[in-house]
Design a protein around this ligand. Structure first.
Ligand SMILES: [Fe+2]
Length: 313
């Protein structure tokens, strides 16, 4: 496996193949019943799980060197951190839903790329740090998104933390930091020659119910939190489908405020910035609610966009 080595042709400039908006409700892993997760279910949330299955096939076909994920549930207060241990394993438990998610994780980390991201982030004027604790317990946001995109875990990963502190100051500063982090990520991928897939581990609208049915996967109890929240999700998704990222970026602060949207953690903006804010239409694989929150699985396939660009020259 080409991890942490110079197996890449150094003359090849790396590229981002595709980006996925990859929300991380632990319910999706719970519904899948993989051997790594202890709790057992009767299924549930199929529309989102089937959406992820389509992404898995796409990722298999793309054969990336690495999958990078930015997760809101690895929160860092000082700076942006990257996983920097060649192999991490252990038990990860969701603190809110321990009855749904107790997952034995095992992942290879592309530490060469992680180093490059930290260095480029510092060049962008950000605080950045490498996480070198071999006992580190990886957060469920990182694990759920990666499991749902690649349950075989046969592709190395890079995990990036969410530094939420800028949001205490202002939305603009926070977005600006995520744009810089995205740019740093893109430069690091290019310099290290990686063929990379990105994953933004974000739910859209995030107001949710605070009571769970006796059977968590009872789909007769699953529905949108409110009509207003649903309509705002649809507005955001329509802008993605149109490739209208200017308007999407313009409404994000209001979307975050009105729906408590999890994109506030910055993963989506990080990914869009790394991809250079592509104006191609996003492919929507599926939308569904989890305890009332709005989740969309969306894809930006940059390889298709590049082919189309060449053909129209
Ligand atoms: Fe979350």
């Amino acid at each position: 496996m080409p991890v942490n080595s110079s197996s890449q042709d150094s003359s090849f400039r790396g590229e981002i193949l595709a980006g996925f908006l990859a929300p991380h409700p632990p319910h999706l892993v719970y519904g899948e019943n993989p051997p790594q997760n202890k709790p057992r279910s009767q299924g549930g949330w199929e529309n989102l799980r089937w959406a992820y299955q389509q992404c898995r096939e796409k990722i298999k076909a793309l054969k990336p060197d690495v999958i990078l994920v930015h997760s809101p549930h690895w929160q860092t207060v000082v700076g942006h951190h990257v996983l920097h241990v060649p192999h991490l394993s252990g038990l990860s438990v969701d603190p809110i839903f321990p009855h749904l998610f107790q997952y034995e994780f095992s992942m290879d980390v592309d530490v060469e790329l992680a180093s490059a991201i930290a260095e480029e982030a510092i060049q962008e004027g950000l605080l950045a740090k490498k996480m070198t604790n071999p006992q580190f317990r990886v957060d469920y946001g990182t694990i759920v998104s990666l499991h749902m995109l690649n349950p075989d875990w046969d592709i190395p990963v890079v995990g990036i933390s969410a530094n939420n502190s800028p949001y205490y100051f202002s939305h603009d500063v926070a977005q600006d930091q995520m744009i810089k982090l995205g740019r740093a990520t893109q430069k690091a991928i290019e310099k290290t020659g990686r063929r990379a897939v990105l994953a933004a581990s974000n739910t859209l609208s995030h107001l949710h119910f605070d009571r769970e049915p006796d059977c968590p996967e009872d789909m007769s109890q699953e529905h949108v939190f409110s009509h207003a929240q649903y309509l705002y999700d649809m507005r955001v998704i329509e802008l993605m489908r149109q490739g209208n990222l200017d308007e999407l970026m313009a409404i994000l602060p209001d979307f975050m405020e009105k729906t408590f949207a999890e994109v506030k953690a910055g993963s989506l903006v990080w990914m869009l910035a790394a991809m250079g804010f592509p104006t191609m239409p996003a492919q929507i694989h599926g939308y569904g609610t989890v305890i009332g929150t709005g989740n969309v699985v969306a894809e930006w396939d940059l390889t298709t966009a590049r082919v189309a660009e060449v053909l129209t020259r």
